[in-house]
Write a protein that binds this ligand. Structure first.
Ligand code: FRU
Length: 492
């Protein structure tokens, strides 16, 4: 049931008596609750926010609407972890409802300064006639976790030349100054990212637009992020309004990156290559990165997309975050690997090896609903080969390699309860075998899969909603042979 605007823009303290408790009970009973992904107790989760290591712990917030599964009054919900694997729910981080965030504490980021964690976010406001005005706000977290908002926004106005679609500050420090990129829409309705500079995180100066060659690339860039890796500048953002081109841009909105020489912060010029999508799956948006104390660049994202109904909506909750991934660069491309800490989730281990020729072989030992599966597949004449998982009598999710096309394909047409059908049920990406070998590394949870192919060269992230009983894993080859070597760890 769709909520009215008035219902959507309620804070949790404005819930009806018992409403929150019954929503939580409903969510608890959902058969699709995840086992090891960050998910909301109830309500809707979207973008990761404020990802940072502070006072010996990782802090990761997310956009949260508590009272339903629509995009309503957004909070920052706070989670923390000492190992990037086990996350503790810490409750509300930033509550909306003040004069500068009356209609939501929208996305933003975090940075440590003088022993405190500064949380910079977009305060969303609406006038009575529903005109949006965004403020860039700041909240400060103390070592004990207490968070206080600054009374005044740190950026009051949208600079000339941009519309009120102006949000999602991502802050970093360079050469003794603080910088932030903000997602913006130009008055000609094209998307861009702009740069601000600050000596102290409180006074911000508008520097201007990041100079890219993408003058007309979608109508809005959400959630920009900038960082440098091995001397290369990387700009991530989530453009809205792209038209599908072949296998690219198949989702409602995209997330991707540009790489180039580090941005010259004085003239903001960025000489970059082509825009590449970060993930080839169905459910991936609004990624955010942070730097670990040991220097690793870590990234997590929302495993979902806006404006799409998901099967758990009827169960009082929606969405989860992706697993944290470690980024590296190879030949100008981002490589994503699951963070090594995730090996902590490895429980009971099973190994299976087999040669498959023009058949589909079910491997009983590999069955399950939540596990990590690492499979090396040596092509030996087969035109197509791959893995069916969460397979049951009528269901299966399929990841396979099509040698004629030179593409890896994820097919969720039979994955279980269907949704978002208007965006198709297949995703493909070009990928080369390595000496005839394909490596598939799957993280399967109760209602999702994250596929890392060829050691992080390509990833596919998708929600799937199979029945509990659909636990099977089948290996298949068509038109010849393929040699499979599989290791599975049940999630503990
Ligand atoms: C991206 C986004 C952001 C915004 C937030 C609101 O999904 O639209 O641009 O800050 O979600 O929840």
């Amino acid at each position: 049931m769709k909520m009215s605007r008035a219902q959507l823009y309620r804070r949790i303290d404005q819930a009806e008596e018992g409403e929150w408790e019954s929503l939580k009970r409903l969510a608890e009973q959902s058969p699709w609750r995840q086992k090891y992904h960050i998910q909301p107790v109830a309500g809707l989760l979207n973008d990761p926010n404020g990802f940072a290591f502070y006072e010996g712990e990782y802090h990761l917030f997310y956009q949260w609407f508590p009272l339903g599964t629509g995009h309503g009054m957004k909070y920052w919900y706070h989670t923390s972890s000492s190992d990037l694997v086990h996350w503790k729910n810490r409750g509300i981080g930033i509550a909306p409802g003040g004069p500068f965030d009356s209609h939501g504490a929208f996305s933003g980021s975090a940075i440590e300064k003088d022993g405190k964690l500064y949380l910079m976010y977009t305060g969303n406001t609406r006038s009575p006639d529903w005109i949006r005005h965004p403020f860039q706000c700041m909240a400060v977290m103390e070592p004990d976790g207490a968070i206080t908002k600054l009374e005044q926004p740190v950026i009051l106005k949208v600079p000339r030349g941009y519309t009120d679609h102006f949000r999602d500050p991502k802050v970093w420090k360079a050469d003794g100054s603080y910088y932030c990129v903000i997602g913006a829409q130009r008055l000609d309705m094209t998307g861009s990212a702009v740069l601000f500079r600050s000596p102290d995180l409180r006074q911000w100066h508008f520097e201007g637009e990041i100079g890219t060659s993408l003058k007309s690339f979608g109508y809005m860039w959400e959630c920009p992020d900038y960082f440098e890796l091995d001397g290369t500048g990387i700009l991530l953002f989530s453009p809205q309004g792209m038209t599908p081109q072949g296998d690219r841009f198949r989702n409602i909105y995209q997330s991707g990156y540009l790489t180039g020489k580090p941005i010259n912060l004085s003239d903001r010029e960025f000489h970059h290559g082509e825009f590449r999508e970060l993930d080839y799956g169905f459910d991936y948006y609004a990624p955010q990165t942070t730097q670990a104390p040991d220097g690793r660049r870590l990234m997590t994202a929302w495993m979902g997309l806006p404006e799409i109904d998901y099967p758990t909506d009827d169960h009082g909750w929606a969405h989860c975050l992706t697993l944290p991934r470690e980024l590296s660069l190879e030949n100008g491309r981002l490589i994503q690997r699951p963070v090594r800490e995730l090996t902590k989730l490895r429980g009971c281990k099973t190994e299976a090896g087999t040669v498959v020729k023009d058949e589909t072989v079910s491997i009983a030992e590999l069955a399950g609903t939540a596990y990590e599966l690492l499979v090396h597949i040596q092509e030996d004449g087969a035109d197509r080969f791959g893995i069916e998982f969460r397979a049951g009598r009528h269901e299966r999710t399929v990841i396979y390699y099509d040698r004629k096309e030179g593409k890896l394909v994820l097919d969720r047409s039979l994955s279980g309860q269907s949704f978002a059908l208007e965006y198709g049920t297949e995703r493909k990406c070009p990928l080369q075998l390595r000496d005839g070998m394909l490596i598939l590394h799957l993280f399967v949870d109760i209602s999702s899969v994250e596929v890392f192919a060829n050691d992080g060269e390509a990833t596919f992230t998708a929600r799937i909603f199979p029945e509990r009983e659909s636990t099977g894993v089948n290996l298949f080859a068509e038109g010849g042979k393929a040699v499979f070597d599989a290791v599975k760890w049940d999630t503990q």
